[in-house]
Ligand binder design. Structure first.
Ligand code: IMP
Length: 193
């Protein structure tokens, strides 16, 4: 069975292929499938957005589609940036740069002692017959006071994982995948399949 990955993010595509590769004959990204489609992510939850992304691609292609939506939730900020993680520093609806998002997070965390936060990821797999499979994963850590580490993307250099005494930007991709929200949600889906 051929599966469309409703993303063009190389990091996500690699992780999706690694964990679900055995279940599908072919897994192709939007770009590889020649699809130029952008879903408006206006859901209130990660799960809403992931389902919307996957459904739209299944409707366009008639094929199964896999989508994820993820973000960083900071307890002291009432769960922000949450579903707005990719565009946190943007006053318009356009994507802000990762650097601008990190700078704003550090500013909003000035003087805050409770630094607990988690990355969340929702995954949706939609089938041409209308069936949908949904899972979620979480990755707990703490917001640092300054950036550390060069790997990863987004908020990784501000996300400290006490058990490993390093930020997720200091982890190898293998270690991060084994702990991450996206890895957990994908492995849950793998169990369902
Ligand atoms: P989306 O899932 O592509 O909508 O992206 C959500 C945003 O959340 C990203 O742009 C990052 O800023 C942030 N994010 C999600 N997962 C991670 C991660 O594993 N590390 C760092 N930032 C992440």
């Amino acid at each position: 069975m051929k599966l469309i990955l409703a993303t063009n993010n190389e990091h996500k595509i690699r992780e999706m292929r690694e964990i679900l590769g055995d279940h599908f004959s072919e897994m192709v990204s939007l770009k590889e499938a020649g699809i130029n489609h952008e879903t408006i992510e206006d859901g209130k939850t990660f799960a809403d957005n992931a389902l919307k992304k996957a459904r739209e691609i299944t409707e366009i292609t008639g094929l199964p589609a896999l989508a994820d939506d993820s973000g960083l939730c900071v307890l002291a900020l009432d769960g922000m940036p949450g579903v707005f993680s990719a565009r946190y520093a943007s006053v318009t609806d356009e994507n802000a740069t990762d650097q601008a998002n990190r700078d704003l997070l550090l500013k909003n965390m000035e003087g805050v002692t409770d630094r607990r936060a988690y990355f969340a990821c929702a995954i949706a797999l939609t089938m041409p017959d209308g069936k949908a499979y949904q899972t979620e994963g979480k990755f707990w850590g703490e917001i640092t006071h300054e950036e550390k580490g060069e790997n990863g993307f987004g908020y990784d250099s501000l996300f400290f994982v006490p058990e490993f005494n390093m930020t997720s930007a200091e982890m190898s991709p293998e270690l991060k995948n084994s702990l991450s929200h996206r890895g957990e949600a994908l492995r849950e889906l793998e169990k369902m399949l």
